[in-house]
Design a protein around this ligand. Sequence first.
Ligand code: UD1
Ligand code: UDP
Length: 387
Amino acid sequence: MPDRPLRIVHVVGARPNFIKMAPLLAACRAAPAIEPLLVHTGQHYDEAMSGAFFRDLGMPPPDVDLGVGPGSHARQTAGIMTAFEEALDGLRRRPDAVLVVGDVNSTVACGLVAAKAGIPLVHVEAGLRSRDRSMPEEINRIATDAIGDLLFCTERAAVDNLLREGADPDRVFLVGNLLVDALLRYRPRWAESRTLETRGLAARRYAVLTLHRPANVDDPDMLAGLLDAVERVSRELTVVLPAHPRLREALARSGTDERVAAMPGVRLAPPLGYFDFVKLLAEARVCLTDSGGIQEEATVLGVPCLTLRDNTERPVTVESGVNAIVGRDPDRIVEAYREAASRPAPRPCSPPLWDGHAAERIVSILETRLAGASAGAPEREVACLAS
Ligand code: UD1
Ligand code: UDP
């Protein structure tokens, strides 16, 4: 154990970050050798996109709230960098590491600041690659991994991507998936959600849809085509659509909000709290999504997932047989929906180490690998799980 606890700054900014960070923070708080500090960049700020998750997941309020908010990529990333640098400078004790998760603008912004300040950078969910550089997330992933000191991966393909790109194998660890930690940890809470009853839905008699990728919602023609597909599916099965703010804005901008509101088979809803959303997903007949995390949750829950994209950075979800990459062509989406709805539900699949213990593995590696930094002693060796 080091002379003093390792001070690790944990960064969150957007909805999926809060969910992944909750089990990790709990594990850090239980580890005497770690003193976690929580920084919220303010990238997501609505009650339904941020505050509700802190409350439901029992997360402590952030120690520092940068309050940056929305903006173009450059403006938002730069705003977070400036505010985070000031926040780090304002700390009385220099942190032993900065830990970022996922692929959002907050991830790369804070990663860059940490790396340039010479503070060890830990990236959780490293190595995922869609190989589609038109996705802002792909740029964020590549950049963060390139400057990360410890790279924690959710699946084997991510490890392979990093090694192929020249990452030092001694810094790459296959640890499992924090989103799955959350799914299992909070199962008793989401299992008791009454959201189906409240919405008058019966298990397996509806589909869940989420859409928020810029390539899908910001282009009015693409959005119109996807809505055609949704309308056709909704004539056969009720579609519940908890709308991300980006989708809401895109519907309003393109004047299609009234069209969606008028679709009798579509239930438009605000973004849902985590417990209600997972319950809704777990009981769905099928899920249509362009989310990253929902592909993983559907895999573990065994809910047929149709990914409305041309690629995925999470290939293990496809190898599991639960997730299919169906693209954005309306005919293809309707056909894929009919195929999925006509088959028995796939078996839930837990890829290697998606067992609810990723947070503990991360904490144990942090304790060992950062101990030298805190005590001024050389780093001790641990077995690299990637090898
Ligand atoms: C961001 C991430 C994306 C992630 C998603 C999770 C980047 C580049 N993108 O996308 O990878 O999948 O979060 O949900 O980091 N808005 C609100 N209220 C909020 C938050 C956002 O109204 O609480 C609106 C704002 O007008 C904003 C727009 O949504 O301009 C988009 O928000 P932003 O954080 O820039 O990107 P997301 O689409 O949410
Ligand atoms: N989620 C939620 N409420 C919703 C939609 C999604 O709690 O209305 C959760 C979902 O269970 C998953 C995470 O948000 O854990 C996925 O976030 P999102 O799709 O916004 O981002 P991505 O994973 O694509 O980066």
